[in-house]
Structures are given as structure tokens and as C-alpha cells.
Design a protein around this ligand. Structure first.
Ligand SMILES: CCCCCCCCCCCCCCCCCC(=O)SCCNC(=O)CCNC(=O)[C@H](O)C(C)(C)COP(=O)(O)OP(=O)(O)OC[C@H]1O[C@@H](n2cnc3c(N)ncnc32)[C@H](O)[C@@H]1OP(=O)(O)O
Length: 400
């Protein structure tokens, strides 16, 4: 080695960022086909030629009515479904065709979202050092992360990671990993991309399969992208949310509560009706531990801003109830659920986007001081709870 001896400690410090990781840009995208929730039962039973299954249609209608969803977006439009009639029968071997379509559509949707995030960030795409891609549609290699890197013209030295089948906690997990990468690699700029299209799991109704009816009422397609980095370079980079602390918790004995499995006919999934209750019983402990780790005890939950994954209306209701949150505290989550449905891992990125929009609007209208501290939470198979404590710098609001 050269003549200037440095300790391992010096080397480690030199490689790490000084400040916390922060969100520096957010983008979202959806496929063009939009379906109104109140028309969805008619649509679904018509396109799957299942109108004789009136009981199941009644159940889908009841769930749609209680879902808190107004509309959703879908890649699998009528023409694509007509060209792939096997998709309506999960006993037929349609996986090859689904993977073929998803392998192109998933990274393309992610690229639309990422282009917006990069534009907001303000630096060239070639400055991205790391890419984390999350999807439940990945079933081939090279996978969607490789394709997205090509579509965006990322550097060949970009360090890529793909997360598959994380379901609804994929966005939360990706953001936590991005935080670790940004804080442990000085100058790193991490692109997080989540892209979910339900095509891999779309099939017709059948008796004894209530999970499918629930899925048909809740899920939608979308992509979200976030640029994460520490020590923002002023004046180009502006932190939207600083990532103060992140943790993952697995609820014991809940392995069977939410599951996903790729089969010859597409992805099958199970979602227990106990999920809202199980989350309701466990979120407060995660929050107390997270704030405790920052030396903050007895936090008042109503003093925070909230970005909760809206997995279903009942999940938001349970969390609101157990934490004693005031009306409107979960408005960003309820709005995203209403306008897009549950887009699995992508959804929490839409909520962050909506939240920062609302914060800027409130600041412009001088509606009192917006909370400085907040929480992002996402949930999925495990049951896994991702918790992140966020700080929103007020300077970012003033600059808008
Ligand atoms: C645009 C096109 C889209 C195409 C979609 C294609 C589908 C593809 C899906 C692929 C994605 C799969 C990925 C899986 C990822 C897992 C990660 C998660 O999100 S974890 C997911 C996180 N999300 C959740 O866990 C959902 C949370 N749950 C909720 O939000 C609400 O319970 C509700 C909105 C579903 C119903 O409102 P609520 O006030 O409770 O109303 P009521 O008490 O009056 O009940 C009405 C009816 O609902 C029934 N039912 C209830 N639960 C279930 C169930 N689990 N199971 C079955 N049925 C259920 C209940 O039995 C009753 O039926 P009936 O007696 O009338 O016949």
C-alpha cells in the first residue's frame, strides 16, 4: 500500500455518508386502462364468462362496496385477455404466456415512474449507483432490474438487486435497503423501483376460492420509483423525507396468514380474514420500539404524519383505532386506496408521493404547521411489518 497509512476505522469512516439517507425524488405510473370499482363485478364476470356464478358475483359486489376503492388501473385489458383466453382458468398452464407479457410490461411501467423520479431529483440517470427493483412478477433472468437499467441508460457499473414475491412489503423493504446502501456508501444514489401488474394472478372465479374474489376487489397495477441518497448536493438535490430509523418485524405464528405461490396457471395467493386484526395488535409495539431506538418515549401518534400501506380499508380502520388517530391522519393512504386500489409493494410509494403533495399544499395555504416527524409502514407475507421513522425538512416545503 502507499505511504499514508490509514487505520481501518479511518477507511470505514471515509466510505460512509455523514448524514442520514433521504428521499430526493418520487415518481409514479399506471397502465392506461382504468376500471371503475362500481362497474368491476359486471366487467369481471363478463370477461371471464362466469355470469352464471351469481353468488360469487354478489360476494365480489359486497366487497367492492366496502373496499374504499373508487377506481383501479390494469395492464390486462379486454384485447389482451381476448388474445389469452387461458388466463381465465387457473388450471390451464398459462404461466409461460403470463411471464412473457410481464417481462416486458413490468420494467416498462417502472421506467415511466423512474423517469419522473429522476426528473424531480435533477441529476442525470448515469449518476445512479445502485438499483433495487421489487416485483411479484419476476420469473426469469436476466430480470426486470437489468431491463430497467437498459431502458433508463444507467451506468454499466450500477449495482443491481431484485426482490421478488415480497408482495405488499416490497416497497418498504426496498426503501430500507436503499437507506442502508446510501448511508454506507458515500455519494451513493439509489434508485428504488417497484412495479406490480396483476396479470400474473388474474383468473376467473370459482367456488371455494374466496381469496380470488377478495383479490379481484382490492388489487390494481402501478409502479413507483424513489431516488434515495445522503448528504444532498445543494442546490440541485432537495431532501423530501429523511430516513431516521428503519426496522422489520415478523409477527410470530402467522406464516400461513398471507401467502403467494407461482403455479402453472399463474400466481395463487391467500389472504386470511384475520390480517387487519393481526396488524392492529402489532403495529403499536413496532412504533414504540422504533421511536425508543431514537430515544423518543411516549410519542403522541397524532403529532406525526402517516404513510401507511393501505392493504385494505379494514387495515387502515384497525390501525387508526388502536393508535387513536384523529380523522384525516391517514388521509393520504385512504386517498391512494380510493384512486388506485392496493398495488402491493408499490402502494406505499404512491402514499409518500401523495403525502408530500398534501404537505406542500397545506404549507401554501398556511394551514398551520405540518408535523416534522412521521412514519411509513408496509405489510406483507410473513406477516412482515416494515417500519420507518421519517423527518420532513421544512426547507423543502418553503422552496416549493
Ligand atoms: C383492476 C383489476 C384488478 C385485478 C385483480 C387481480 C387479482 C390479482 C391479485 C394479485 C395480488 C396478490 C398479491 C398478494 C399480496 C399480499 C399482500 C397484501 O396485500 S395483504 C392484503 C391486505 N389486505 C387485506 O387483508 C384486506 C383487508 N380487509 C378489508 O379491507 C375488508 O375486510 C374488506 C374491504 C375486504 C371487506 O370489508 P369489511 O368491512 O370487512 O366487510 P364485511 O365484514 O361486511 O365483509 C364483506 C365480505 O368480505 C369478505 N372478506 C373479508 N376479508 C376477507 C378475506 N381475507 N378473504 C376473503 N373474503 C374476505 C367477508 O367474508 C364478507 O363476505 P360475505 O359475507 O359478504 O360473503
Amino acid at each position: 500500500m502507499g505511504s499514508a497509512p490509514a487505520t481501518v476505522g479511518d477507511m470505514r469512516r471515509a466510505q460512509r455518508a455523514d448524514g442520514p439517507a433521504a428521499v430526493l425524488g418520487i415518481g409514479t405510473a399506471n397502465p392506461p386502462t382504468c376500471l371503475a370499482q362500481d362497474e368491476y363485478p359486471d366487467y369481471y364476470f363478463r370477461v371471464t364468462k362466469s355470469e352464471h356464478l351469481t353468488d360469487l358475483k354478489g360476494k365480489l359486489t359486497r366487497i367492492c362496496n366496502k373496499s374504499g376503492i373508487k377506481k383501479r388501473f390494469i395492464h390486462l385489458d379486454k384485447q389482451l385477455l381476448a388474445a389469452n383466453p387461458d388466463f381465465t382458468d387457473r388450471t390451464l398452464p398459462s404461466l409461460d404466456a403470463r411471464v412473457e407479457i410481464a417481462s416486458a410490461a413490468v420494467p416498462e411501467l417502472a421506467a415511466s415512474a423512474a423517469a419522473k423520479a429522476i426528473a424531480e431529483w435533477g441529476r442525470p440517470a448515469t449518476d445512479i449507483t445502485h438499483l433495487i427493483f421489487s416485483t411479484y412478477s419476476g420469473a426469469r433472468a436476466p430480470s426486470a432490474d437489468r431491463r430497467l437499467a437498459s431502458l433508463l441508460g444507467l451506468s454499466p457499473t450500477v449495482s443491481r438487486t431484485i426482490l421478488n414475491l415480497h408482495g405488499c412489503y416490497g416497497g418498504g423493504r426496498s426503501l430500507q435497503l436503499a437507506k442502508e446502501l446510501a448511508e454506507n456508501n458515500r455519494g451513493a444514489r439509489v434508485l428504488v423501483a417497484c412495479s406490480e401488474i396483476t396479470l400474473i394472478a388474474f383468473y376467473g372465479p370459482e367456488g371455494g376460492c374466496p381469496d380470488n374474489i377478495l383479490g379481484q376487489a382490492l388489487f390494481g397495477d402501478g409502479a413507483g420509483a424513489v431516488i434515495v441518497g445522503a448528504d444532498p448536493v445543494s442546490p440541485v438535490e432537495r431532501p423530501l423525507f429523511e430516513m431516521a430509523f428503519a426496522s422489520q418485524t415478523t409477527i410470530p405464528e402467522t406464516e400461513d396468514a398471507i401467502s403467494m405461490q407461482i403455479n402453472k396457471g399463474g400466481m395463487e395467493y391467500h389472504i386470511s380474514n384475520q390480517v387487519p386484526r393481526l396488524l392492529g395488535c402489532n403495529v403499536e409495539r413496532c412504533l414504540v420500539d422504533a421511536f425508543g431506538a431514537l430515544g423518543i418515549n411516549n410519542a403522541d401518534w397524532n403529532d406525526l404524519f402517516w404513510a401507511i400501506h393501505p392493504g385494505g380499508r379494514a387495515i387502515l380502520d384497525h390501525i387508526e383505532g388502536v393508535l387513536g388517530l384523529d380523522d384525516g391522519k391517514l388521509a393520504a393512504s385512504r386517498h391512494v386506496l380510493s384512486e388506485f386500489g392496493n398495488m402491493s409493494g408499490t402502494t406505499v410509494i404512491f402514499v409518500l408521493d401523495e403525502l408530500r403533495r398534501r404537505r406542500v399544499l397545506a404549507a401554501k395555504q398556511e394551514e398551520g404547521k405540518a408535523p416534522e416527524w412521521g412514519v411509513m409502514m408496509a405489510f406483507g407475507p410473513g406477516i412482515t411489518i416494515e417500519t420507518m421513522v421519517l423527518r420532513a425538512p421544512t426547507a423543502t416545503l418553503e422552496g416549493n
